[in-house]
Every structure is written in structure tokens, then in C-alpha cells.
Design a protein. Structure first.
Length: 297
């Protein structure tokens, strides 16, 4: 049976915390670009914990369930953490290659974007900087990002998805993905992911969140742990924009170049289709009860 009161309180608290933080940079239009960008990143990082705080407060005070029901004491089968770490890399590379294939951007092995940003700075070859960025994105960055991504995943997959499960697994996945996409709206209108498309970008973000959220939900339902979804989310944030380093400046970044754009949706859709074809999705033993704690492998 769908528990409407906890769901309502979760959504109210989530949006009341996150949306003001997302919108706050609009109050600082007079700041120089660098300062405003740093401030925005800090405020938006805090906003990522809106769903997490909402999940904790709702669980304890609205649903009146123990903190353990959020499953932070659960890891689940370890092989899914490998999927969480490596799959975003594969999807990002595929999206970058399709960006080139469709002619949205042109390859630039001189790394003009890096060279231009380093103009007047340290005399370090652009290729070395790109290599260092890639190594960091593939190794340490997902773990660092996990600290912020956990705030979202504790809410979206740790709380919202299980509480929507009485509607059926597919409906729960789709609805949670749509809500996740709408939650990003204040950041999208400010140019996040789809610069130049403040309104259309919101709908594009919803599509992206439904696709990516399906993959995250698959990981969660197989482990019954928000940690695996947080790792995958952290990995996505780490590698999302890497292909841009290899493209000539000036291309339409709303159409290709990052994992959030339509060229990367293709890879995500193909992976989801593979999950369905191999009967890995829907997951055969989904979370049946929001308070249960899964055994670890």
C-alpha cells in the first residue's frame, strides 16, 4: 500500500531545502564570473543533500521508522559496485564518439579548451593536463563525489523508489526519474547541462534522469543499498564532461559532448534494452518492504 503521508513530506522538505539553494546564485548577478561560479558550485553541492536530509527527517518523524530502514548499513553484492564505477565511463566515451559521428563537434587533439584556459599560466603541455584530469576522473573523483551524491541517492533511490514500489517496479522507476529531473529545474534555467535552452532543457533533463535513474534503480534494487547508486552517481559527475576536452570550442553543448546530452542517451537506452532483453530488468527480487535490511554478500 502506498504511504502518501511520508511521500508528501519527503517531497515538500526536499524542494524546500534544495530549490532556494539552486536559485540563490540569481541574487549575486553583480559578482564577477569566477566568484559567482564558485559560489554556485558550493550552494548546489549543498542542494544535493536536500533529498538526503528529507529522507532522514521523513523516515524518523513522518514515517516513524528506524534510521536503519534507509539501508546505509547495507552494501549488497559487491559486483554491482564495479558496474557503478565503470559503466559511467563507458557511457561517457560512447556519447563522446557519437557526438563526433553525428558532426555535433569536431575533434581537437591540440586541446584548445585547455590551452586557452591556461593562457598566461604555468607552462604545462595541454596533453599532460588532460591525462591528469582523466586519471583523476577515473580513480579518486568518484569517491570524492560520492560524499555529495549520497545526499541525492539516499533520497531518490534510498527513500523515494522503495516507497513508490507498491505502484509496481516500472512505475516506481519512471516516477522517481521524472521527479528527479524536475528537481533540477532551477539549475537548468541557469544554464546547467543545456546552455541556451532554459525551458527545453528542463524536459531534456527529465529524459536524462529517467534513463540514468533506471540504471541507478537497477543497481539499487540488486543491492538494496544507496551506496551503490551514490558511487554510480559520483562516477557520472566525475566523467560527465571529459569528452568536451577533446572537441573544438564553440559546438552546441546541449546536443552533445557530455553524458547528459542526447548523444549519450543512446548508450543508456541500449544498456537498458540489454537489461530488459536479458531479463535483468525488472529485477526479480526487488525491495519488498521499506524497512527491511538486505543481507550482504
Amino acid at each position: 500500500m502506498l504511504e502518501r503521508k511520508p511521500l508528501t513530506w519527503f517531497l515538500i522538505i526536499t524542494f524546500l531545502i534544495s530549490w532556494p539553494l539552486f536559485l540563490a546564485p540569481l541574487l549575486f548577478e553583480e559578482m564577477n564570473t569566477t566568484t559567482k561560479q564558485l559560489l554556485s558550485q558550493g550552494l548546489w553541492a549543498l542542494a544535493m543533500w536536500g533529498p538526503g536530509f528529507a529522507a532522514i527527517l521523513t523516515t524518523l518523524f513522518a514515517a516513524k521508522k528506524p534510521f536503519s530502514s534507509l539501508r546505509l548499513n547495507t552494501l549488497g553484492p559487491k559486483r554491482y559496485y564495479l558496474w557503478a564505477w565503470l559503466l559511467p565511463i563507458v557511457l561517457t566515451i560512447m556519447g563522446g564518439l557519437l557526438t563526433l559521428l553525428f558532426g555535433i563537434a569536431k575533434l581537437d587533439l591540440n586541446f584548445a579548451m585547455i590551452s586557452d584556459s591556461m593562457a598566461g599560466g604555468a607552462d604545462i603541455p595541454a596533453g599532460i593536463i588532460v591525462l591528469a584530469l582523466i586519471l583523476f576522473a577515473f580513480t579518486l573523483a568518484p569517491l570524492i563525489n560520492l560524499l555529495f551524491a549520497l545526499g541525492e541517492e539516499l533520497g531518490w533511490r534510498g527513500f523515494l523508489l522503495p516507497h513508490l514500489m507498491p505502484l509496481g517496479q516500472w512505475k516506481a522507476i519512471m516516477i522517481s526519474g521524472v521527479i528527479w529531473g524536475i528537481w533540477h529545474a532551477p539549475a537548468i534555467i541557469q544554464g546547467l547541462n543545456y546552455p541556451g535552452y532554459p525551458i527545453l532543457g528542463i524536459f531534456m533533463m527529465i529524459v536524462f534522469c529517467v534513463l540514468l535513474g533506471t540504471i541507478f534503480s537497477w543497481l539499487y534494487l540488486n543491492t538494496k543499498s544507496p551506496w551503490v547508486a551514490a558511487l554510480a552517481h559520483g562516477a557520472v559527475n566525475a566523467v560527465a564532461g571529459l569528452p568536451v576536452l577533446f572537441f573544438q570550442p564553440g559546438f552546441n553543448m546541449a546536443l552533445g559532448g557530455t553524458i547528459a546530452t542526447p548523444t549519450a542517451w543512446i548508450g543508456m537506452a541500449l544498456f537498458i534494452a540489454w537489461l530488459m532483453w536479458t531479463k535483468r530488468l525488472p529485477v526479480q527480487s526487488p525491495v519488498a518492504e521499506t524497512g527491511a535490511v538486505a543481507s550482504q554478500e
